[in-house]
Each structure stands twice: as C-alpha cells, then as structure tokens.
Design a protein around this ligand. Structure first.
Ligand code: RIB
Ligand code: CA
Length: 319
C-alpha cells in the first residue's frame, strides 16, 4: 500500500447538490487523503429526485461512476420541505449541461448505508460530512443509536451566529430545513466541527478564481466555472459583494488541511420551539452558560489558501 492509501481518511458525504455541494464532491473525489466510502443524497436545495440525479451527474463528471451513491430522505423529520431553487436554479445544478448519468443508485437506503458502514467500522472509524439538511444523519442515529461511538467526527456545513441567517433573519438554510434533525445531531455527543455562515462568508469567490478554474480547460474545469458563474449571481446581488461564498467545500478543505481554519469549542443548541427563530444556532461563544461545549465552531479561514487548495484539486482532473 502507498503512504497515501495508509493515511486515507474514510468519509461519507451527505449532500443536496447544489453547485457548492458539487465543488465539495469534486474536491473530495480528487483528494488522495480521503477515502469516499459513499455519497448519500438528501432533499434540500431541490427535491430528492434532483439531488440524487445531480449526485450521479457529478460522480460521472469526476470520472468516478463506481462511487456508491445512495438515495436518502425526501423530506425533513417533522417540518415540510423548503427548497432553494431561487439560488441553485430549477435543476439544482443550473449552469452547465451535464449528460444524463448511467451509473446506478445503490439498492440500500442512505440511512441504512450510513448505519451499516459505521457498525462495520472501528470506534471513531468514519467521518460524516453533511453539507445539506441533517435528515439522513439524524435518522441513522435514531434508528441505530449504537453508531454514535463509531463516528470519528461530524464535519458539517450549517448554522450561523455572528453572520445572521440566509433563509430567515436568524437561520441558515441547512439547519432551517430540518431543525429537528439538527437538534438530534447537536445533542448526540458526537464530536462536531461546524462550518457556518460565520466562516463561509469570510471566503468569497473572485472572478479571477473562477476564470482560473475555467482555464483548467477540462470538462471539470468548464462545468465548475459554469456552475459557479450561475451560482454566485444570487449572493452577489443579495450582499452587494464582488463574488459569493462557496459554502460546502470548506468541509472538505478542513479535512485536507485544518490549519486553513481557526475556531473555538462552544456549546451550540438549535431552536426548535419558536417559529420566529426556528433553526437558529445559539452559540455560547463567550461561555456565559455552564453548558459543556459540543461543537468546534469555525470562525476564521485563510481564504487564499482555501481557494488555492480547491484549484489544485480541481486541476487534478483531466479529460
Ligand atoms: O446555507 C448554505 C447551505 O445551504 C449550503 O450547503 C447550500 O448548498 C445549501 O444546502
Ligand atoms: Ca448543500
């Protein structure tokens, strides 16, 4: 075995593609440090049939049609599904025209795949990387609580504290869509690393970076540039910035090089009572309560190193 194989970190990506999910998936599949055991689709940015289709399109774009892809939950645990076509387009992956995939969807349900993978692993054997609503992750914990000690870490994209919300004034989309699932995850006792809007809004894409992605002159480079050009228009208009945040790839970049980031262990809880603040992540950053921290809340990012890492990994694809 090569040294890379010996040190490859087993991960499961749970996703609702989503153009930013797409860059996270493409980055992970090009990174020898990571062993992507499978990718589980969940309803979120767009309904499940589309997030599942987009996940398969992306695996084929990456030239990895053997990646195990699983169908997950079609709606949140309690609330009705809220989607984000206004951001991602009606397909969820607007921008490029990607071919209809031929790779299979695995028979096993995503929740059962997550459970089976963890039960077969050593303690702290697998890292879960949810970058959409937490429905699949929470239901795996509810269905089979004995998986909890098998999870090394949950490194997720979700939440907001200093930044405010992006789908309501107080809530970030992934947590807002399924706040009850987020409550299950944040009270599970599993070590959590949260990449919230607090950090993702500090690393904005630039036109020059997207041009460098396009200049890779590969199918992945062209498709990524087309996705991101479509995707960033919404946040540029909303925030009046030159460039938008690229949320989900922060999870993968953290796994590859955690020194790009800085955070603090905090107690975080999810609002599931008030409709007005539903899905808000309350972060005890200044330790004003006696609650023990349950999350490493990321707040700082070296934006230059983040985008350089993404370009390096996207640049590893060739046609
Ligand atoms: O709030 C941003 C998050 O919601 C990202 O994961 C994006 O893909 C959407 O799922
Ligand atoms: Ca997402």
């Amino acid at each position: 075995m090569t040294s890379a194989e010996i040190s490859r970190r087993p991960i499961i990506i749970d996703t609702d593609p989503g153009q930013d999910d797409a860059i996270a998936i493409l980055t992970a599949l090009a990174s020898p440090e990571l062993d992507v055991l499978g990718i589980t689709a969940v309803a979120g940015n767009v309904p499940l049939p589309l997030t599942l289709l987009n996940t398969r399109k992306l695996c084929e774009l990456a030239g990895k049609p053997d990646t195990p892809v699983f169908e997950g939950c079609a709606r949140p645990m309690v609330r009705s599904l809220v989607t984000a076509e206004h951001v991602h387009g009606k397909t969820g992956l607007d921008g490029p025209e990607l071919p209809e995939p031929t790779m299979p969807v695995q028979e096993e349900h995503a929740v059962d795949f997550i459970i089976a993978s963890l039960l077969a692993a050593d303690d702290a054997g697998i890292t879960l990387c949810p970058v959409g609503p937490l429905t699949n992750i929470a239901l795996a914990m509810v269905k089979e609580p004995s998986i909890v000690p098998k999870i090394r870490e949950i490194v997720l994209m979700g939440g907001a504290y200093w930044e405010g919300g992006n789908i309501t004034p107080t809530a970030e989309f992934n947590i807002y869509v399924d706040p009850h699932a987020a409550h299950v995850v944040f009270t599970s006792g599993v070590p959590i690393v949260a990449h919230s809007l607090d950090v993702t809004h500090r690393a904005l894409m630039t036109k020059e970076w997207i041009a460098a992605v396009r200049a890779l002159e590969t199918d992945v480079g062209r498709a990524s540039a087309e996705m991101l050009t479509f995707y960033e228009r919404f946040d540029e208009e909303k925030y009046g910035t030159n460039g938008g945040p690229l949320h989900d790839p922060n999870v993968i970049a953290y796994l590859i090089d955690p020194t790009i980031y800085e955070g603090k262990d905090c107690f975080v809880e999810v609002e599931i009572g008030s409709e007005k603040t539903m899905g808000q992540t309350s972060v005890d950053w200044w330790r004003v309560t006696k609650n023990e921290p349950n999350c490493h809340w990321i707040r700082e990012v070296d934006s230059e190193r983040f985008y350089a890492l993404l370009l390096d990994r996207l640049g590893r694809y060739n046609d």
